[in-house]
Design a protein around this ligand. Structure first.
Ligand SMILES: Nc1ncnc2c1ncn2[C@@H]1O[C@H](COP(=O)(O)OP(=O)(O)OP(=O)(O)O)[C@@H](O)[C@H]1O
Length: 581
């Protein structure tokens, strides 16, 4: 039987997945709330019994049995309350964890470009605060369905049984408190959304401070940054206060509105007791009615409060919903065949970033399996952009195909299985050297450390390959981080490898050694190697010389002859290299 797909962008789907927990909540909730009715009933009976005892119409034994019944009812109510609370909490925790998992999976598969556009601070707020608010709204809703819905219905029924006219009259007010709460919806949502936005901005400012702390210190901008940060902090506090005011100031108002029916009860209830009202009541009936109404009013104000919590959760849900769309599970690659790309064809590619400026202009070239293509050119001519185009983060014009299969038409999993990319940022995570390279693969890490000439340095580290590299590789030198990232790329070798300036932090001898190893390792791959340094370009199969977004593609020797700028750059570096060695 086909397993139904989890609709992670539907709130109802989270309730459905937790049906077992919800059944337990329903049972304990019903017992608890129906049991609550016993309270006012016993209280009325006990008052009546007391009056009878004082008048000599009843005995202490009758009172004692009422008291015992009362205690037993309270015990049952409290136990079921505990059970219900326990499972409601579990429900909220499960939903929270599941939502965070969905959101995390969505972040992992999102393009870096779109994450940057969204802003890191906002993404963090969504991943933590918004999910918490959604789960909290769902928890409150689940609790109040029983604590409020069932209890309200039961209390209302009891009041109607005692005196339906007085019940209807006094129950006019709770709906007014709901309507008031509903009217506050826009305000709660507006202030809630503003608060979330400020929270995202503050997270971004905090990240900025942490990441650029040295720059700010070295350039003496600390005071300015402090002031800018304080401004963010003040804006955040103001938005938090505004959002909180509506959440905390309104519940007492709802309660007062709900309680207004008490006036009718005092007025008409006493007539019932005196025998001049719609019904004839004993003191016990009056006490029960009054107690029931007070509980109903308190519950009504909770219902209004619940509306606020749900509105708040709606704001968060609307913010995270685009990130919660169900993702296709990456298909297991069952083919034993090693993936290859025999021919990479780039035809008439034009590219512009979303700001509209054209960066790549009619680029065409072809690369065959086993070839290493060097890409170079003047500063900011579009070299890195050419490398990034293969990631398909932004749309390109023209065609890029691997064995005649268009890159943009590939499924995400297929494309990531075809293109390997190493950018300027090594993107190391806070784990060991070994885990940063293997990332779950079962291979010999030493092979890759040797390939990038990092084996001896790692052997000298306190825990060898188990040494923790710190957040972003903070405990490594620039060159070590760069080589570690290259080792990872080689360990997870894809048919097409794009390496953007992988040797920029290395000395010439190490660069040469690593390049020799690379050539051995990538015999079945196509490598596009972007670099400013041209020492190794004579060893490459083709060179792409870029200028103002255009590309001239040829061998090193032909380019030396035909492109004076390329020749000058190469000779200049050779001369300099010769003097240094
Ligand atoms: N995300 C982006 N959005 C808009 N424009 C961008 C973006 N990234 C780069 N550019 C622009 O694209 C042009 C080419 O940048 P790119 O990084 O590709 O050049 P490069 O040749 O690799 O530069 P360098 O030699 O400095 O490494 C630059 O003018 C740059 O401002």
């Amino acid at each position: 039987m086909k397993k139904e797909r989890f609709q992670s962008d539907r709130v109802l789907a989270y309730f459905r997945l937790e049906w077992k927990v919800l059944v337990l909540i329903t049972l304990s909730g019903l017992i608890y709330n129906l049991g609550l009715l016993a309270g006012p009933w016993f209280e009325g009976k006990m008052t009546g019994c007391l009056v009878d005892i004082l008048n000599g119409n009843s005995e202490t034994a009758a009172m004692l049995s009422l008291v015992l019944g009362y205690v037993a009812a309270i015990a049952i109510v409290q136990v079921s309350r505990y059970v219900k609370r326990f499972y409601v909490r579990r429900f909220a925790n499960n939903v929270n964890r599941r939502m965070k998992q969905v959101l995390y999976r969505s972040l992992v598969t999102k393009s870096r470009a779109s994450l940057k556009e969204e802003g890191e601070g906002d993404v963090m707020t969504k991943a933590i605060l918004d999910v918490d608010d959604c789960a909290e709204g769902m928890r409150k809703f689940t609790t109040e369905i029983f604590d409020t819905g069932v209890a309200l219905a039961a209390y209302a029924l009891m009041l109607l049984c005692y005196d339906w006219r007085l019940a209807l009259l006094s129950m006019l007010f709770p709906p007014i408190s709901y309507i008031t709460a509903e009217k506050m919806k826009k305000m709660i949502q507006r202030t809630g959304a503003a608060y979330k936005k400020q929270s995202g901005l503050l997270s971004a400012a905090t990240l900025d401070r942490a990441q650029n702390a040295i720059t700010y210190r070295v350039f003496g901008c600390e005071k300015e940054r402090q002031e800018a940060y304080e401004a963010d902090l003040t804006a955040y506090e103001k938005s938090a206060i505004k959002a909180n005011i509506w959440n905390t100031a309104m519940p007492p108002v709802y309660r007062v509105i709900s309680m207004a029916g008490l006036l009718f009860i005092l007025c008409f209830g006493q007539k019932n007791v005196l025998g001049t009202g719609w019904k004839s009541w004993s003191i016990a009936a009056f006490t029960t009615f009054l107690a029931c109404f007070v509980k109903l009013s308190v519950k009504s104000s909770s219902a209004a409060k619940l509306f606020n919590a749900v509105h708040k959760a709606q704001v968060s849900w609307n913010r995270i919903k685009p990130l919660m769309a169900p993702k296709e599970e990456p298909e297991e690659d069952r083919s034993q065949e090693k993936k290859v790309c025999r021919e990479l064809k780039v035809e008439h590619v034009n590219f512009a970033y979303p700001d509209g400026k054209k960066i790549l202009d009619d680029i065409s070239f072809t690369a065959k399996k086993g070839e290493i293509i060097g890409i170079t050119g003047s500063v900011a001519c579009g070299k890195s952009t050419l490398g990034k185009v293969f990631l398909c983060e932004y749309p390109y014009e023209g065609s890029i195909s691997c064995d005649e299969k268009e890159l943009r038409a590939m499924r995400d999993t297929e494309r990531t299985g075809t293109i390997g990319y190493l950018g300027h940022d090594p993107e190391l995570f806070n784990d060991s050297v070994k885990n940063n390279i293997l990332m779950g693969e079962n291979k010999n890490v030493d092979d890759f450390l040797k390939a990038v000439c990092l084996d001896q340095e790692v052997a000298g580290m306190e825990d060898g390959t188990e040494t923790l590299v710190g957040n972003g590789g903070v405990r490594l030198s620039g060159g070590q981080g760069q080589r570690l990232a290259l080792a990872r790329t080689l360990c997870h070798k894809k048919p097409v490898l794009i390496l953007d300036d992988p040797f920029s932090a290395l000395d010439k001898t190490t660069e040469r050694q690593i390049f020799a190893n690379l050539k051995e390792l990538v015999r079945d791959n196509i490598v596009l190697l972007i670099s400013h340094r041209l020492y190794l370009f004579p060893e490459m199969d083709q060179i792409i010389w870029m200028e103002n977004g255009k590309a001239k593609v040829d061998t090193h020797e032909n380019l030396l002859r035909e492109v004076p700028e390329y020749r000058e750059l190469f000779e200049e570096q050779e001369e300099k290299g010769g003097r240094e060695s």
